[in-house]
Design a protein around this ligand. Structure first.
Ligand code: HEM
Length: 520
């Protein structure tokens, strides 16, 4: 019910309804009749009967204990009996499609009064439409599937396919040719890495970490080897259906015996005598989207070294779910390949040259993770800024009056801003480099950024839990997003290469490029 249609009731009248069997309270100018609800109130009856609550304006008490979304629930909307005479509701939740007004709630390029050299008017229009799309079509499914652990809904995947979102999430390139992107908002030629960054960051804003991977994260990392190294027949068989959200693909590299250590892989592929097929045997572990994938981009040990190939679900391929600390909506799988017969034409890149296929792919994968990580940390900053200004403690003062809290906030804001700035610089470099040059020039930069992003994320998660206290480790209520972030941040620090391995990779890249003739 809109506030304007509500019956106006005077404050003096509201005050009369302050008894157990006749109990009204005011929250943000709206009057709620809690006479019957008090017995079902999750926070108990007694708090509602306190003299400063019963028949009174309890807005402040309410927002120190509940998220705004409680008020949006239809069962609670039905408790509204009117609005306070002469007053209007002032407080609002996140508005669909709109930018946050909380300081640091948006990157500078989306904050009024700031400038950026990187984004064009076209990027800005694109961001608005993409945000609305994720808010309207994806957010609700993200929260629901994160909770029930089921696969992302096919209806969402279809909606994304309608605007060619699955194709855009693969970044700029030939795969976009001839496609209408976001209903024609951007042409395939104009589409660049900043458009892709926008998509990834808007998606991360929906706040479900398991769902973020479940909604075809496997395709983002598993399809590039097919796009870049598959033969035309293989591409024709796989790419259109995957980009239309009709078939699913995943990247199957890590194994129980080898995670970040790609050279330690044991899954092996041996050629048949006629040389027409590979026979693959082995296992893969922690494979995102593996439980529902139709295609697997698999790294195998071969006679010549390490070879990547595309394997179709079929005889000899089994997948089973692994329960990790994030939601099963991600479809994380343990996979077994038992004498699987794979056409040699499914080989991706040169035989024995799989390392280049995988390494060049890692850059994009890690960069995508950096985009998401920077945005998720910003959401944590926003949650903390809101919480510390609305939560009162230690003598009725907001938490943000405490220097120790502000110092934690300062560190998390600085981390978030530095990540976004570095990310935008690297993204700009990507827009000016071929895929091959990126592999040479940016592998170190991206490895450092990914490693630094997750170190920052882990510190921010820890600080946020300290700020939210018990609520930061509680799955419902005020701190639910903090609990979620804190529980799932470890994924970012592991997937796509662990923090330490990546930091070391960055240094080794620098060592490789050291000129032979410099001295102190
Ligand atoms: C329209 C009025 C209200 C509704 C619909 C409502 C509803 C709820 C709900 C759904 C919860 C569970 C929160 C969660 O875990 O997500 C809750 C908890 C609670 N509510 Fe209310 N509430 C209302 C008013 C109030 C008021 C006026 C107070 C006054 C102090 C209050 C005090 C509490 C407390 C102490 C908790 C427990 C919070 C916690 O576990 O952290 N509620 N309420």
């Amino acid at each position: 019910m809109a506030a304007t249609e509500l019956k106006s009731i005077s404050l003096a009248e509201v005050e009369k309804h302050n008894k157990e069997d006749d109990l009204w309270v005011i929250i943000d100018a709206k009057i709620y009749d809690l006479s019957r609800f008090k017995n079902m109130h999750p926070g108990g009856k007694s708090v509602l009967l306190e003299p400063e609550v019963a028949g009174q304006d309890a807005t402040e008490q309410f927002f120190s204990l509940h998220r705004y979304e409680v008020l949006n629930k239809p069962q609670y909307q039905r408790l509204i009996v009117g609005k306070v005479e002469g007053e209007q509701s002032q407080i609002y939740d996140r508005i669909v499609g709109e930018a946050s007004t909380v300081p640091y709630g948006e990157p500078t390029w989306l904050s009024p009064g700031y400038h950026s050299p990187y984004y064009t008017e076209g990027h800005r229009k694109f961001q608005k439409v993409v945000r609305k799309f994720f808010d309207e079509e994806v957010s609700e499914d993200a929260q629901a599937r994160e909770e029930d652990g089921k696969r992302p809904s096919q209806s969402v995947i279809d909606k994304m396919a309608e605007v060619n979102m699955h194709a855009m999430r693969m970044g700029p390139g030939k795969h976009l040719q001839g496609k209408t992107l976001m209903n024609g908002l951007v042409t395939p030629e104009e589409f660049d890495y900043f458009h892709e960054l926008i998509i990834t960051q808007e998606f991360a804003r929906t706040g479900g970490r398991g769902y973020g991977d479940g909604l075809l994260g496997g395709k983002v990392i598993g399809l590039p080897p097919v796009l870049n190294f598959g033969n035309p027949e293989l591409q024709a068989k796989v790419v259109p259906d995957v980009l239309a959200g009709k078939k699913f693909i995943c990247l199957a590299i890590s194994e129980a015996q080898a995670g970040s250590d790609v050279f330690g892989l044991q899954t092996n592929a041996v050629k048949t005598e006629d040389g027409k097929h590979w026979i693959v045997n082995g296992t893969k572990k922690w494979i995102t989207n593996g439980t529902f994938a139709d295609f697997f981009t698999v790294g195998c040990k071969t006679e010549d070294g390490f070879t990547v190939m595309l394997i179709e679900r079929g005889e000899g391929v089994e997948t089973r779910q692994i329960k990790t600390s994030y939601s099963t909506t991600a479809g994380t799988a343990f996979i077994t390949f038992d004498n699987v017969k794979v056409p040699v034409s499914n080989t991706l890149g040169p035989e024995g040259g799989g390392i280049f296929v995988i390494l060049s792919n890692f850059n994009h994968e890690r960069w995508v993770m950096c985009c998401a990580s920077a945005r998720s940390q910003r959401s944590v900053v926003e949650e903390c800024l809101k919480w510390t200004s609305q939560r009162k403690a230690f003598g009725g003062k907001p938490l943000n009056q405490l220097a120790v809290i502000r110092s934690k906030m300062a560190a998390m804001i600085a981390r978030t801003e530095s990540l976004q700035a570095w990310l935008e610089n690297i993204t700009y470099q990507m827009t000016h480099m071929s895929y091959k040059i990126q592999a040479d020039k940016l592998a170190g930069q991206i490895a450092f950024l990914k490693s630094y992003s997750t170190q920052c994320g882990q510190e921010t998660a820890r600080d946020a839990v300290q700020i939210f206290g018990g609520r930061g480790v509680t799955k419902t209520g005020m701190g639910k997003h903090i609990e979620h972030y804190h529980r799932t941040i470890a994924f970012d620090a592991i997937l796509g290469g662990t923090e330490d391995v990546l930091a070391d990779l960055g240094v080794r890249q620098a060592m490789r490029h050291m000129p032979k003739n410099v001295r102190l």
